[in-house]
Design a binder for this molecule. Structure first.
Ligand code: 25A
Ligand code: L14
Length: 339
């Protein structure tokens, strides 16, 4: 079975991100020899289609990783903390999509367009950053290299798919309930999300920021390996299913014009510039959904500070923000014969 490829496991395969990981492995022709789909006992009996074949979902147990070379995890932090080290000990390289190991100094935090080399320094576990951080740093990397970045002020407009399948259902159900004149119910979110928005993603911390906001601060510094970058984030949930949008204001060390930024971004990996506002051309989540690129537009000077720039960044949060980024990390290892 494995002579034509590697044994690959997907943990959390029945979830919103895990499902897409399976699809992205197929789309990108990743050399999978055999695929192990793992989830909780609740999902045993389900199957997923991979390369036209039905693959059964198995229960995740400590013995699941025998012979596995690559394990993609997306079943939440507690599962990663418990089973990530077990998979690594069994000889797999773990690419973990949860928050469990991201700030661990021994664990690389990788966005292939920004710090691909960091992936090679792993000791069994590599962390996939938060979706909001990934798309922002993909867009900022060319500017960082050309002019330095000292401060970022970002406001996000985040899709419900980041929270998982049950949040997608909650938004859909509320929309049908409203259309039918029924009362809405909310179980996943603290408020009705249909026809609403709220600045509340993850729990709030003592400093007044939410966990999601502090992920953007800390992960950005780690990925750029630059503790000097100041970040102030406000993260907002909006009633969109796929695709996070971000209003990003930056202060660079050196002056750089919007024209130069546009030129740099036009040749940057993983980026597509969509920036002709007079024709109503700017990134929107419905255009980013289902694609792997980070869309950037509304690039303009911010005259309120020295060396200020403003822009609008949109990407599919469960593709580039999760599944695609994880598979790209595995591709880096593969290209260095490290799998
Ligand atoms: O544990 P945490 O940190 O609080 O977070 C867990 C959450 O992280 C989400 C994930 O959403 C989950 O809700 N998540 C993952 N990656 C993310 C990302 N990048 C992310 N959120 C944001 N950004 P999900 O529903 O898409 O994925 C859940 C997957 O994890 C598997 N899983 C859960 N517990 C497990 C486990 N696998 C192994 N062992 C465990 N103990 C989960 O499998 C799914 O693959 P499942 O079998 O539990 O779920 C199958 C179906 O059941 C639904 N469901 C989930 N939770 C419940 C539920 N139904 C009823 N009650 C529940 N409590 C799922 O919708 C799925 O369809
Ligand atoms: O840390 O609910 O990767 O949208 C990002 C999305 C946490 C949950 C992470 C959401 C997740 C968040």
């Amino acid at each position: 079975m494995e002579q034509n490829g590697l044994k690959v496991a997907v943990v959390g395969a029945t979830g919103a991100v895990g499902n897409l990981m399976v699809k992205v492995l197929e789309e990108r022709a990743f050399p999978v020899g055999s695929l192990k789909l793992l989830a909780s006992a609740r999902s045993v009996g389900k199957t997923l289609t991979f390369r036209g074949k039905e693959v059964p979902v198995e229960e995740l147990v400590p013995g699941s990783f025998e012979g596995v070379k690559l394990a993609l995890f997306s079943a939440g932090g507690s599962i990663s903390r418990e089973f990530g080290p077990i998979a690594a000990k069994a000889g797999a390289v773990v690419v973990d999509n949860s928050n469990a190991f991201r700030m661990d100094p021994k664990v690389p935090l990788v966005v292939p367009e920004v710090n691909p080399q960091a992936a090679l320094a792993h000791s069994g576990i590599i962390a996939n950053p938060n979706c909001s951080t990934i798309q922002m740093v993909v867009a900022l990397k060319p500017i960082y290299d050309a002019a330095g970045i000292r401060r970022i002020v970002v406001t996000t407009f985040q899709a419900v798919s980041g929270t998982g399948k049950r949040a997608i259902e909650e938004l859909r159900n509320q929309i049908s309930d409203i259309a039918a004149g029924r009362q809405t119910i909310h179980m996943i979110y603290p408020h009705q999300i249909a026809f609403n928005c709220f600045p509340h993603i993850g729990p709030f911390l003592e400093n007044g920021f939410s966990e999601e906001e502090m992920k953007m601060v800390n992960e950005t510094r780690k990925i750029f390996d630059d503790p000097r970058i100041n970040v102030c984030a406000t993260t907002v949930r909006i009633p969109v299913i796929y695709g996070h949008s971000e209003s990003v204001n930056i202060e660079t060390d050196k002056p750089i014009s919007p024209e130069e930024v546009r030129r740099l971004l036009e040749s940057a990996p993983g980026v597509r510039v969509v920036d002709d506002p007079s024709k109503a051309s700017y990134p929107v989540p419905l255009d980013a959904a289902g694609k792997d690129e980070t869309l950037v537009g509304r690039i303009r000077l911010d005259p309120s500070v020295e060396n200020g720039l403003a822009m609008w960044v949109v990407a599919d949060n469960i593709r580039k923000g999760a599944a695609t980024n994880a598979v790209q990390i595995a591709e880096i290892l593969l290209s260095h014969n490290r799998l």
